[in-house]
Design a protein around this ligand. Structure first.
Ligand SMILES: NC(=O)c1ccc[n+]([C@@H]2O[C@H](COP(=O)([O-])OP(=O)(O)OC[C@H]3O[C@@H](n4cnc5c(N)ncnc54)[C@H](O)[C@@H]3O)[C@@H](O)[C@H]2O)c1
Ligand SMILES: [Zn+2]
Ligand SMILES: [Zn+2]
Length: 336
């Protein structure tokens, strides 16, 4: 491992969650350059600072952002850093030009989204390392790096759910359960949670759902102000549009294998004035939203600990992916 070079930080990983966006790559559903250290949901301690780094000290607890905005492209200038065209870490390298990891033979190895959290150490862009309250448990901090910010941000920032609006969440993995918590914190009512797994429905009640339905019963949820799809299946994307009330908003969070297309009845959608919105990284600004979410957890407003199904070791990664394929468990978190 080289570095850290200018505006980079070397970190020691504290914890890393296993997200379905890693599994999409493992299963060949998303094309990514190899070899690459996967993992994009992590928290770490700062080990050393490259030249020019300000605002961080050795020993700080940081949540790693999988989009580290460049701050100067048109999207960043519009205040939409989740759409940054040239983030640090683009192309699954540790910095825009260079890879910091090499095999023993010298051949470079990438890092997923520039942070590759399935490894004990990394060198990341300064802009990817967001300091949070050091009282945040590392496994909770790790989940803030993806599932939590994605789910809560989809509710708060993308859909902008208001108190008293009804919210239906389809798919209750780490992302969907976070969306349920975000909806509860926003005062959504009633909140309906849908999954194929009865165990997930129980977790959703703890997360704040007022009503739960097995996927086979989903039609009972028709008429919601907001529907959030948190799986990434064409059939549930189409279901989400059908479950919406006229004038309501569907927020698509789950991501399908690349190239999948969904369809809808154009006449009905137009006549019913429905809206379909995509939500990338919860439309979040990491430097603003990560520390706030950590405080919401520490002050008891978000029960994020119920997302941690099991603490595992790096060696257990393959069994964690196997469990995720079965829909078993909310999040498995590697504790280093
Ligand atoms: N938009 C973003 O920025 C963003 C960020 C992170 C993850 N994601 C995507 O969000 C999706 C969810 O991620 P995750 O880590 O929570 O996944 P996960 O595998 O942990 O959860 C998926 C859930 O869907 C349920 N499910 C599967 N098929 C179903 C069906 N037909 N009907 C109802 N429920 C069903 C499973 O039981 C499981 O609870 C993935 O596609 C992931 O790539 C998107
Ligand atoms: Zn993720
Ligand atoms: Zn940018």
């Amino acid at each position: 491992m080289d570095g850290p070079a200018r505006n980079e930080v070397r970190v020691r990983m504290a914890a890393a969650g296993v997200c379905h966006s890693d599994l999409h790559v493992v299963d060949g559903e998303w094309e990514r350059p190899t070899g690459v250290v996967l993992g994009h949901e992590g928290a770490a301690w700062v080990e050393s600072l490259g030249e020019g780094v300000t605002g961080l000290e050795v020993g700080d607890l940081v949540v790693l952002a999988w989009t580290a905005p460049c701050t100067t492209c048109p999207a960043c200038e519009r205040g939409e850093p989740w759409l940054c065209a040239t983030p640090d870490g683009a192309g699954h390298r540790l910095s825009r030009e260079l890879q910091r990891l090499h095999r023993a033979t010298g051949e470079p190895i990438g890092a997923y989204s520039g942070i590759g959290t399935f490894g004990e150490h990394q060198v990341v862009a300064r802009s990817a390392a967001i300091k949070v309250d050091p009282r945040t448990p590392p496994e909770i901090a790790a989940l803030i790096g993806c599932a939590v910010t994605t789910g809560i941000g989809a509710v708060r920032n993308t859909a902008q759910v208001q108190a008293g609006e009804s919210v239906t969440v389809i798919g209750l993995g780490g992302v969907g359960l976070s969306a349920v918590m975000g909806a509860a914190a926003a005062g959504g009512h009633p909140i309906t949670a849908i999954d194929t797994s009865p165990a997930k429905l129980e977790l959703a009640v703890q997360a704040g759902a007022h009503r739960t339905l097995l996927a086979t019963e989903a039609a009972q949820a028709a008429g919601a102000d907001h529907v959030l799809e948190c799986i990434g299946l064409v059939e549930t994307v189409e279901l989400a549009i059908d479950l919406l009330r006229p004038g309501g908003t569907v927020t698509l969070v789950g991501m399908t294998p690349q190239g999948h297309r969904a369809s809808f009845d154009v006449y009905r959608l137009v006549e019913d004035g429905k809206r379909i919105v995509g939500s990338n990284y919860g439309s979040a600004v990491p430097a603003r939203d990560f520390p706030r979410i950590a405080i919401d957890f520490l002050e008891g407003r978000l029960p994020l600990d119920l997302l941690v199904t099991e603490r595992i070791r790096l060696e257990d990664l393959d069994s964690a992916f196997a469990a995720m394929r079965r829909g078993d468990g909310a999040r498995r978190v590697i504790v280093y």
